[in-house]
Design a protein around this ligand. Structure first.
Ligand code: 5GP
Length: 232
């Protein structure tokens, strides 16, 4: 695994990213889109990336009901179906999609304002949203990441708690994951989340490589084999 990713030093990478942004005031911000199954440490990763690199986290609108501990305006803007439809009509979304049985959308204005101010923006959006943004071919560089769990067992463990009800929900989510994971091929990079810190370093390493010279090779066969293991 390490051989694929090299031995980069995250701190110097972050400094390099910052230096590059400072050197080139004309350079606009980049869009980072992260996607992966629930309970896979994605939210923690987004927060870590944002905190350490000053990325702007886009707060989505959703028609889903808030879970306990979720705060309106922090985790999401929780809105009614009617309000969501109004926002669609007013073209206030950069992208939106139906995920499970609810709608989710990214507000255009705060995202564009931050990108124009040369600030990188990070999203947690599903593959449908990432496709929409890709198809828009905007002036901003888009880098998409698919975060995979290390194994089916670990994912199931992360998705479930002790009681039976949670196990049933976890089984549903496993099925959803098997469908979603087929979209891995459309992502710029697939990163396996064995360990949160390691995963964070891989992502910052890739972002730095893309920003500096446009691309970074990585081992597609290894990822393909991993996806096969996860789905069989
Ligand atoms: P949850 O309801 O668990 O917070 O999120 C469910 C799914 O919706 C996640 O896979 C997440 O990536 C996706 N999602 C959250 N916000 C957005 C958004 O603004 N647009 C799209 N397309 N997907 C989103």
């Amino acid at each position: 695994d390490d051989a694929i990713w090299g031995h980069d030093n995250a701190k110097s990478q972050i400094l390099q990213i910052m230096a590059q942004e400072v050197k080139n005031p004309e350079c606009k911000g980049h869009i980072m889109a992260l996607y992966g199954p629930m309970g896979n440490g994605k939210t923690t990763l987004v927060n870590l990336l944002s905190k350490k690199n000053n990325f702007y986290i886009s707060i989505s609108h959703t028609t889903r009901k808030p879970r306990p501990n979720e705060v309106n305006g922090k985790d999401y803007f929780f809105v009614t179906d009617k309000e969501f439809k109004r926002l669609i009509r007013n073209q206030e979304f950069l992208e939106y999609a139906k995920v499970f049985s609810n709608y989710y959308g990214t507000s255009r204005t705060p995202v564009i304002q931050n990108l124009e101010k040369n600030r990188n923006v990070i999203f947690d959006i599903d593959w449908q949203g990432a496709d929409q943004i890709k198809n828009k071919k905007m002036d901003y560089k888009l880098i998409t990441f698919f975060i995979l769990p290390p194994s089916r067992e670990v994912l199931f463990e992360r998705l479930s708690n002790r009681d039976m009800k949670d196990k049933l929900i976890a089984e549903e989510r496993m099925k959803q994951f098997e469908r979603d994971v087929l979209h891995w091929i459309n992502y710029d990079y697939v990163v396996i989340n064995n360990d949160l810190n390691e995963c964070y370093l891989k992502i910052t390493n890739l972002i730095e490589a893309v920003i500096n010279d446009g691309s970074k090779d990585y081992d597609l066969d290894y990822i393909r084999a991993h996806v096969e293991k996860l789905t069989t």
